[in-house]
Design a protein around this ligand. Sequence first.
Ligand SMILES: Nc1ncnc2c1ncn2[C@@H]1O[C@H](COP(=O)(O)O)[C@@H](OP(=O)(O)O)[C@H]1O
Ligand SMILES: [Mg+2]
Length: 347
Amino acid sequence: MSLPYTTEKQVAVAAVRRACVLTNSVFNKLVKNETLTKVGDYAAQAVISSILHRAFPEDPIVGEEDAADLRAESGTGMRERIIELANEALVGELGLDDNVEWGMGPGQEKTTEELLDAIDRGNYPGGPSGRMWTIDPIDGTKGFLRGEQYAVCLSLIVDAQVEIGVIGCPNLPVDLSKPEQGTGCIFVAVRGHGAEQLTLSGASPEPLSIPASTSENLNFLESVEAAHSSHSFNDRVSALLGITRPPIRMDSQAKYCCLARGEGGAYLRMPTGVGYREKIWDHAPGQVLVEEAGGIVTDSRGQPLNFGLGRTLGENFGVIAAGKDVHPRVLEAVQKALSEEKEKARV
Ligand SMILES: Nc1ncnc2c1ncn2[C@@H]1O[C@H](COP(=O)(O)O)[C@@H](OP(=O)(O)O)[C@H]1O
Ligand SMILES: [Mg+2]
């Protein structure tokens, strides 16, 4: 019997790889300003969505972007650029096992209308049942703009459970402690079948598992952006756990990837204020990756993240991801820090 989701995994890896090549070339070719990330975001979503649609025409997509601004008169310049870049990425000869059947390779250029429709196919509202894909074409847009970490993220959710996660990290060192090995990796997980790291070209799969951690070698992975995740709360939790090493700050779901391969020991993301709801595309691929590498992902109450509520995870209780041995300790410290905060607010 073949493994479940064999085709889905192949198509997803190929789509993410093409989008990584595209975003890299956008970064190298264009002026570094806010428009750069928009161009990369739209073009990468167009590419991934086109490839998914060709392979799985019935599957809905929850994507970060929609094409409304590009369809407007004012979007003409950007639109032309995006169409050109998306087509380059779709037909480019990457010399690997891509399949023309899936809308990649020579002669597969798309029209402007087809690519705008592909972007807009990301408008699915999500929900508790059925199959759906999530796309975050450039996760960590701030990191992308700085030339630091970002990730091309894709997941398949079935009946609210994440079954496949694929995360491409063009700027991530193959090994954080061995920079000479270069950068560029793709992380892949299939529920029940483990997690692996591939090269950016899709070769050399290495299985991933989170090693046991002690307080001495443990440190947090956290957002660079203090507005996305409270740095001071993480400092307090670190102190409660006796962690002495400074946190590893990094944009995007590259944090889940590092955790899955044993770098850092816990990813902690607590809300900085009220109101923001985490998006499912920002966590779905990372959740299955960490779980398949032997870790646990919950919110700050110890509850699993709920991917069946729509485009967001609902009310924001934060995220704790860590190895099996570390997670209970972090959860306990998080709850202690939360009750300290409550107590302070009461006095
Ligand atoms: N106030 C907020 N709190 C938490 N996350 C936020 C936020 N505002 C934006 N984000 C999300 O944080 C993501 C980046 O996460 P990180 O801080 O780990 O790099 C952004 O993804 P995009 O960059 O795709 O927009 C965005 O979806
Ligand atoms: Mg994102």
